[in-house]
Write a protein that binds this ligand. Structure first.
Ligand code: HEM
Length: 383
C-alpha cells in the first residue's frame, strides 16, 4: 500500500485493508502523505495516551480566512485543543453535558418518522439519523422549535469547520452563518439556570473573567451540536444496517448489544490525528518531533490480539465495549453513553413499533470523507 489516506466513498471494504496492514505493518510510514499510520490496538492506545502526541493546529494564522465568529468557535473547541486550554474547555463541555434534561427520545423519533414516511418508505439517514441527535441535544437544553429548525438546517454546513482543509464555498457558508449561530446559542444558554453558576465555578477555578469564559461556553455548545450531527448520524445509520443484516432486533438488550458491536465492527469514525511534539518510539519506529500521525481506530477494532474472531459480527463477544471508536485517554469522547443510549432507544422504537423493517437497496454509498464512514442514504420499508 502506498497511500494510507482514502475517501470512504471510494472503498467498498476498508476493513480487509486494515486487517492486512495490521498483520504486515502495525506502524507504517506513508511516504506519499508524509504521515505515520497506526493500525494495532496496542499502539493506537499508546499514542492516544502519549502527552507528546497532540491534536494538530487546524488553521494556523487563520489562513482559511474565517471571520470573527467562526474563528472564535474553532479556536475554543475542546476537541481541537491541547494543554490548559483543553483542560478548561473539556471541563466546560462536561459541565454542560451534565446539565442536560432527560427527554423522550422515542417521541422525537416517532415524529421524525411520521413527518417523512411516504408509501411506507423512508430514508433513515436524511429523515432520522441527521436530525435526531441534534434535536435530542437541543431539546435537552430547552431550545424552542424554531431555533431547533434553524440549527438542524444549518449544522450540515457548519460541521465543515472541523475539516483540516476547506473549500472557498465551505468557508463562505461557515462565515455567513456563524454569527447568527453564535448569538442564538449565547442568548439561549444565558437564560438557563445553570449558566451563571457554571461561569462562577470556572472563573474561581481558573481565575478567568466572565468575558473570557463566555466564548468557550458558547463555542463548546456549538461543538456538541457538531459532534452530535456527524458521529450521531453515523451510529444511528451503521447500527441500523448491521441490525437488519444480522437480524438482531428481538428485544432492547439485543439492540443495545448490536449498537455496541457495530461501534467495533462498522464504526462511524475511522481515524483521528496527532502531531508529535517530542521524539518518541512506537515499537521500533522512531516518531520524530513534528511528524504527523494517523490513528486508525477502526483498524484497532479488528486487532485479533484484542478481539477474538474479529472479522465476525458477534454481539455476545465479551469485550466488544472495549472498541476504540470513542478514542481513549485525555481526549476520549464524553458522549459515549449518551450516543449508545440514543441509538438503542431510537432503534428499539423502530423495531418494536413495526412488524417488519427491510432495506430497499443493497449498494450503500458513503460520504466522501477520510475520517468517517457515513452512509449517504438508507432507504427502508416500514410495515
Ligand atoms: C457514535 C458517536 C460518536 C463517536 C464515534 C465519537 C467519537 C469521538 C472520538 C474518537 C473522539 C476523540 C477524538 C480524539 O481523541 O482525537 C471524540 C471526542 C469528543 N466527542 Fe465524540 N463521538 C460520538 C458522539 C459524540 C456526541 C453525540 C457528542 C456530543 C453531544 C460528542 C462530543 C465529543 C467531544 C466534546 C469530544 C472532545 C473531548 C475532548 O476534547 O477531550 N461525541 N468523540
Amino acid at each position: 500500500m502506498s497511500s494510507t489516506l482514502f475517501l470512504q466513498s471510494d472503498i467498498h471494504d476498508p476493513y480487509s485493508t486494515y486487517k492486512s496492514m495490521l498483520e504486515k505493518h502495525p506502524v507504517y510510514w506513508d511516504e506519499t502523505n508524509k504521515i505515520w499510520t497506526i493500525y494495532s490496538y496496542e499502539y493506537c492506545v499508546e499514542i492516544l495516551k502519549n502527552k507528546n502526541a497532540q491534536i494538530p493546529v487546524g488553521n494556523p494564522k487563520n489562513e482559511q480566512k474565517l471571520n470573527e465568529y467562526a474563528l472564535k468557535i474553532l479556536d475554543n473547541l475542546t476537541r481541537l485543543s491541547n494543554g490548559i486550554q483543553h483542560e478548561i474547555s473539556k471541563e466546560i463541555a462536561m459541565l454542560m453535558f451534565s446539565n442536560m434534561k432527560s427527554i423522550d427520545i422515542r417521541e422525537i423519533t416517532s415524529s421524525l418518522i411520521k413527518s417523512d414516511l411516504v408509501n411506507y418508505k423512508i430514508d433513515w439517514v436524511n429523515s432520522v439519523s441527521k436530525k435526531l441527535p441534534i434535536y435530542v441535544l437541543l431539546k435537552s437544553f430547552g431550545f424552542e422549535e424554531n431555533d431547533c429548525e434553524f440549527i438542524s438546517e444549518k449544522i450540515e454546513s457548519l460541521v465543515k469547520i472541523m475539516l483540516p482543509q476547506k473549500t472557498e464555498e465551505q468557508v463562505l457558508f461557515i462565515n455567513r452563518n456563524s454569527e447568527k449561530f453564535y448569538s442564538l446559542v449565547e442568548k439561549h444558554l444565558s437564560s438557563l439556570s445553570f449558566y451563571n453558576s457554571l461561569l462562577i465555578k470556572i472563573s474561581n477555578q481558573y481565575n478567568l473573567s466572565s468575558k473570557e469564559i463566555v466564548p468557550i461556553v458558547v463555542s463548546n455548545f456549538i461543538g456538541l451540536c457538531i459532534q452530535s450531527y456527524d458521529a450521531g448520524r453515523g451510529i444511528l445509520s451503521n447500527s441500523l444496517l448491521q441490525i437488519i443484516q444480522h437480524e438482531t432486533f428481538s428485544n432492547r438488550t439485543e439492540i443495545e448489544k448490536s449498537v455496541i458491536e457495530t461501534l467495533r465492527f462498522d464504526p462511524p469514525i475511522h481515524n483521528t490525528r496527532r502531531i508529535a511534539t517530542e521524539d518518541f518510539y512506537i515499537g521500533e519506529s522512531l516518531i520524530k518531533k513534528g511528524d504527523s500521525i494517523l490513528i486508525v481506530l477502526a483498524s484497532a477494532n479488528y486487532d485479533s490480539e484484542k478481539f477474538e474472531d474479529a472479522m465476525n459480527f458477534d454481539i455476545e463477544r465479551i469485550n466488544n465495549n472495549e472498541n476504540l471508536t470513542f478514542g481513549i485517554g485525555g481526549h476520549m469522547c464524553l458522549a459515549k453513553y449518551f450516543s449508545i443510549h440514543l441509538a438503542t432507544e431510537a432503534l428499539w422504537f423502530l423495531f418494536q413499533s413495526n412488524k417488519s423493517i427491510s432495506l430497499l437497496e443493497n449498494q450503500i454509498q458513503y460520504e466522501p470523507l477520510i475520517n468517517a464512514r457515513l452512509p449517504k442514504e438508507i432507504w427502508i420499508s416500514i410495515q
